[in-house]
Design a protein around this ligand. Structure first.
Ligand SMILES: NC(=O)C1=CN([C@@H]2O[C@H](COP(=O)(O)OP(=O)(O)OC[C@H]3O[C@@H](n4cnc5c(N)ncnc54)[C@H](OP(=O)(O)O)[C@@H]3O)[C@@H](O)[C@H]2O)C=CC1
Ligand SMILES: O=C(O)[C@@H]1CCC=N1
Length: 255
């Protein structure tokens, strides 16, 4: 996710001299410098130098990272965390008092500038600082401001969401192969169908139910398929799965 954000910032015209990154594995640091021409520092050096700090480690590593940078985070710095489940209270309680923090839930389509990120301000973050975080994230897609109590739901929907879609795509390709289609053709058919359906939802503004009904001829093939999905309780499985994701997000800060 960190590399996705770095590449998006550079693509959107952010000057490379205005960025530094941290990377604890030397081989990976060399690879990133070679690929992007970006300077790699250690965490404390980067925190001392930067005005805005983007924290993109796993939730389980966040406590240790905050301890490392604690003394270097200045009063006017902005700390932006992209970690699932890590609350603004968690961040504020591990930084010097009064520091401005923003909690973000991004997603991987940011890699192709089609990201969906939701931001929530901490208690010392000014509207201008929240806007600054939104502007940074807008380099890789859409950004919405949500009350922090909705961030676990955001994580379950758009944060993890790309994985559910890839899972459905995998299943549809597999089904195509079962039906005798060469894998490459099945992949092409499924990917274009996904792209076409996503574009229809976005461009027509119509409810997905209306669009689904347009495909479903009475007594036809789609009705036969959808009845089978209902028999297997696929809709209920999605709801239960996403409830599990939101629950897991809420647990992560305690891991
Ligand atoms: N992947 C996704 O789709 C999304 C991820 N996120 C969030 O983004 C964060 C990162 O996720 P993801 O990119 O998948 O995870 P990765 O494990 O791929 O990346 C995390 C990176 O942080 C490095 N790291 C850990 N601790 C430190 C430290 N103290 N100093 C410097 N670097 C450190 C890790 O290094 P090393 O390899 O050496 O362990 C690793 O390279 C997570 O908090 C996740 O919740 C949010 C939305 C979507
Ligand atoms: O699976 C995860 O925990 C992260 C957060 C959202 C997407 N990936």
């Amino acid at each position: 996710m960190g590399e996705t954000l770095l590449s998006g910032l550079l693509r959107s015209g952010h000057p490379v001299d205005g960025l530094v990154i941290t990377e604890r594995r030397a081989d990976r640091a060399a690879e990133l410098t070679e690929k992007y021409g970006v300077r790699v520092l250690d965490n404390a050096e980067a925190a001392a130098l930067a005005d805005t700090l983007l924290l993109v480690v796993k939730p389980q590593d966040m406590g240790a990272l905050l301890a490392e940078i604690h003394d270097e985070v200045a009063e006017d710095n902005l700390v932006v965390s992209l970690a699932a489940g890590i609350t603004t209270t968690f961040l504020e309680s591990r930084l010097p008092a009064g520091r401005a923090v923003v909690r973000v839930m991004p997603n991987t389509p940011a890699l192709v500038d089609q990201g969906m990120a939701a931001v929530s301000a901490g208690s010392h973050c000014s509207p201008a600082q929240l806007q600054q975080a939104q502007t940074l994230l807008a380099a890789t897609g859409k950004v919405v401001d949500v009350p922090e109590k909705l961030q676990d739901a955001v994580t379950a929907i758009s944060g993890s969401g790309p994985a559910y879609i890839f899972y459905v795509v995998e299943a549809m390709i597999e089904a195509g192969v079962v039906l005798g289609m060469p894998r490459t053709t099945a992949t092409e058919l499924v990917v274009q169908t996904l792209f076409g359906a996503a574009t229809m939802i976005k461009e027509t503004g119509q409810h997905p139910t209306v669009l689904r009904e347009q495909v479903t001829s009475p007594g036809g093939t789609t009705a036969a398929a959808l009845r089978t999905l209902d028999d297997h309780k696929v809709r209920a499985a999605f709801i239960t799965a996403m409830e599990a994701a939101a629950r897991r997000s809420a647990e992560l800060a305690g891991d």
